[in-house]
Design a protein around this ligand. Structure first.
Ligand SMILES: CSC[C@H]1O[C@H](OP(=O)(O)O)[C@H](O)[C@@H]1O
Ligand SMILES: Nc1ncnc2[nH]cnc12
Length: 312
């Protein structure tokens, strides 16, 4: 797909709470594409890695963290990244831990999601159009990208531990299930315990509809979850507060920047090389219901923005 920017920006990074910029990058320019679903959360920073390779960085809640989780314009965010030519998205998120072994400061790579959003977030590019599509979402993250990330993120966490005296350092937890709640209030103790009983391992307010929209846009999407707290399930401990989250947010963000600075070059190369990290390309081919006479031309035009190969 020819990108709107004309640049070869294949990798997009979405920063969550505490992560409003990346390290070791030279800002090339800011772009703020108006998509058929409005403007992204903030202007997108197109940044050059030391090799000159460019990546796109978007702050999910805006640079000044002014957008609440339920109000994040996820359709515009994903559509804007796609319009720049992005094919794989690395998203970061601050999460609560629902498991004793996932300590604040640890990192997790989820492979499953439980949806506890309340239907107030627009969750499909097809919503409100005359085109019906049912994307496959059994594996909500791009598994090849997740597996690719495992070894690389683990290595960075080991480097972090070595640089800070060789102690245990943050652990990486793989194959975890993330609960996405509506918020903005945190969970009750009863809810937190229920999520554990359901098999949830970590919890946030942001992975949906972001992951669904990435799938609809045929972008490979993975989430690096960074634990900040133990949510509200521990019977004899205080339940989570924003103050508790803030305690680990900066350290987690700084390690997240180290992860990004270490892997982005290689990730760009892997995406460019072909199908290793672009497994979602073509995945919507059989998800869109066959064209009928009732499909409105204006809707096809809108959908062309994210899926040009099906709506030319
Ligand atoms: C600041 S606590 C709750 C807030 O933090 C997470 O944001 P993000 O996923 O963007 O890092 C969580 O999802 C909530 O939105
Ligand atoms: N306990 C929690 N619940 C939901 N989102 C979070 N983000 C960070 N901690 C969280």
């Amino acid at each position: 797909m020819a990108s709107e920017s004309g640049d070869n920006v294949l990798v997009g990074v979405i920063g969550g709470s505490g992560l409003y910029h990346l390290d070791n990058l030279t800002l090339v320019k800011h772009v703020n594409p108006e998509t058929p679903w409005g403007f992204p959360s903030s202007p997108i920073a197109i940044c050059a890695l030391p090799s000159g390779v460019q990546v796109a960085f978007l702050a999910r809640h805006g640079i000044g963290h002014t957008i609440a989780p339920s109000a994040v314009p996820s359709r515009a965010n994903i559509a804007a990244l796609k319009s720049l030519g992005v094919r794989a998205v690395l998203a970061f998120s601050a999460v609560g831990s629902l498991r004793e072994e996932i300590a604040p400061g640890d990192f997790a790579l989820p492979t499953q999601i439980i949806d506890r959003t309340k239907g107030v977030r627009p969750a499909s590019f097809f919503e409100g159009t005359s085109v019906v599509a049912h994307a496959a979402f059994g594996d909500p993250f791009a598994l090849r990208l997740v597996r690719w990330l495992e070894t690389r993120v683990r290595r960075v966490l080991e480097e972090e531990a070595a640089a800070h005296g060789g102690g245990a350092g943050p652990a990486l937890h793989t194959d975890k299930c993330i609960v996405c709640m509506e918020g903005p209030q945190f969970s009750t103790r009863a809810e937190s315990q229920m999520y554990r009983a359901w098999g949830g391992d970590v919890i946030n307010m942001s992975v949906l509809p972001e992951a669904k929209l990435a799938r609809e846009a045929e972008l490979s999407y993975a989430l690096i979850a960074t634990a900040t707290d133990y949510d509200s399930w521990r019977p004899h401990e205080a339940s989570v507060t924003a103050a508790e989250v803030f305690k680990t947010l900066q350290t987690n963000a700084s390690i997240s920047r180290h992860v990004a600075a270490t892997i982005l070059e290689e990730m760009h190369a892997a995406v460019e090389d072909g199908d290793i990290l672009t497994e979602e390309a073509g995945s919507m081919q059989y998800s869109i219901m066959p064209r009928s006479a009732e499909q409105r031309e204006e809707d096809r035009k809108k959908l062309k923005y994210v899926l040009p190969q099906y709506f030319s």
